[in-house]
Structure formats: structure tokens, C-alpha cells
Ligand binder design. Sequence first.
Ligand code: ASP
Length: 383
Amino acid sequence: MPVVAAVAALFRGGGSGGARAAWLMPAVAAVAALWASWPAAPAFAQEAPVAPPVVWVLATGGTISGGGPSSTSLTEYRAGAFSGEELVAAVPDLARHATIRVEQVANVGSPNITFDDWLTLARRIDEIFRGDPEAAGVVITHGTNTLEETAYFLNLTVRHDRPVVLVGAQRPATAISADGPLNLLNAVRTAAAPEARGKGVLVVMNDEINAARDVTKTSTYRVETFRSRDLGFLGYVDGDRVSFYRAPTKRHTAGSEFDLTGVTEFPAVDVVYSYVEPNPVLIETLIAEGVDGIVLAGTGAGLVSRVERAALERAAALPATGRPVIVRSNRTGSGRVVPLPAYDEQGMIAGDTLNPQKARILLMLALAKTRDLDDIRRIFREY
Ligand code: ASP
């Protein structure tokens, strides 16, 4: 009942985004009536603690806060139409699992997330964990398009053990069968779970818990979009409890060496995607621009063509300080990129299983510390 009432209130126009769908009210009322006649059996009762732990929800926008003109507008809607407060208010069951404190950090579609947003999030989480001993964990609501990038950045820069959980939705808040409310509930339950401590930054969607390092968005519209491919997800969020079956082994959060103190900007690192007959102008332009690093989304096991290698060789002739550091990743979506003599001799670094967008983040943070190739190689082995 409370969920239905809250969603109904949202539909009536309570939302700041003004998504009004009064015509949906008969359907909502019918569902409410059905629920009212249901025998009282509180879901997730076994987990409900006596004094719920504190979980902070930092809202940044995305489809989870999206509003469209009708309940069947699944692809046309405005991301960030609802505030974090409204998302939380629409899921009253949250109160059975946590005392929620909400803050709005941004309210954008995630293609528009910026480095400033990352710094704001990392610093705010640090403040929360230092200043609020009651805080069990933090949930970040985020658009799914770049959610994995924000998650991996925080995995490398939030130096605390307590859980940080990113969550989004594939359907806007106004959609029929919107996935956001249950995803938010599951994210909060995970952030409140003692088992989630020390497992790095997590991504919870579709009842599955993934590690920030390994997860990627694999589908444009399907709700099972977040996958960790070969490496698998860490656990489930089910009605009875939050269950973990494995934990990340690469360095993260409390074990990370990356310190954001005094950082206001990052070295410039860009990604170049490989394909048949590539245009060397892309690499040449980046080098001429003076970028600090380039990640190659190579073919197969991180290979690039003669054309691209020739463009990179021209960079190798530059003095060490003017030469970008090159990391080989790949465009296949899974598997390792391993060191290969022919590439290593040219000073290139193997990106292991990091996809290009995550290899970019690790290279940005590495270059903010060092330009020593052996040290950067070590970093790519350890994180
Ligand atoms: N366009 C959206 C975003 O990334 C997609 C989503 O949230 O699912 O903000």
C-alpha cells in the first residue's frame, strides 16, 4: 500500500519534473485495492533490524529519476525529472531497512557526468564516513550509461571499508514496471548489509551485486544490462537476505594508493577504437594536442594495425615528457590483454581485463602520481 500511495502521489504531479499521468490513477487504484486485500506478510521481515542503520543516498540523475509523458514511454523521457528526495519518498519500505539521509549532488543524464561530479562524490563520501560514524553505507543513484565509470573511479579513490553502492534503472520512474524502486530498495539493503563491507564499490541492479571493476553495461534497454561477463557477479539480493558468494581480489577502496587531496583536474587520457583501415589522424591529433595518455581499444587481444603503430612510433620519437603513455585494452568486451614483447618494446602497457573506459580511469589516476612506466605497469597489475 505505501508504495502504491507514493507512486500515485508522484503521478498526481507531486514530482518536481511535473510528470502528470492522471489517467493512470484507475490502474493504480486497482493495484492498491488488490494489495489491501492481500494477507499481511511483510516482505524481507527476517532482515528488518530493530534500529535501522543509516544509509546516505546521493542522487545524480539518470533514468532512475526520469519522467516521461506516459507509462509506456520507455525510451522517450527526461532523465533527472525527479529529485533524490522524491525517489526515496516513492519507496516507503526503505524505512524498514535503513534510516535514509538524502542529498542531491547532480541531476543529469549520465553522459553529462563530469570529473567535478566525481570529485564532489568522492569528497562527500569521505566526509560522510569520517563525520557520521552511524553511516553504514552510501548509495548513489546514477544514469546507467556511465555508471560503471563513476563506480570504478570511486572504487579507486574512496579509501574506506564501508559500502558504496551505485544503482540505476533501465526504465524511467513513470514507466509501467519501472525497475528503479526495487533496484533502489536492493541497493539500500546492500549498503546496510555488514557483509558488503570491504568488497569495494558495488553496482546493484536487477537483484544482482557486481564489483565496480568488472561490471559493464551490456544492453541498451534490457533490465539485465549490468554484467561482469567471464568473472561473474558477486551475489544476489533476494527477499530473505543479501548474499555474497565471492569478493574482489584486486586492490580497491581502503587498500588503494590513489589520494585525491589537492586534486582539481586529471591528466588528459583518451580512447582510440581500432577497426579495419583506421584513420591515423585520430592518434596523430591526440599526440599533437599533447595528451598524457592514450588507451587503445584494440582488436582481439589488444592488437592494433600497422597504420596505428606507425602513428604511435612517431610519438615514441618525442622526448619522454611529451610522449603519451599508451595502454592496450580491447574492444571484445571480455578476456585479458597480456604483455606482448612487440608492444612492450614500444613502451605500451597491457590493460589486463579492464575495458577501455576503465583502463582510461586507471591511467588518469596513475599519471596523476607518476610517469614511470614500470610503476604504471605495476598499477595495471594490481588494480
Ligand atoms: N540516459 C540514461 C543515463 O545514463 C540512461 C540510464 O540512466 O539508464 O543517464
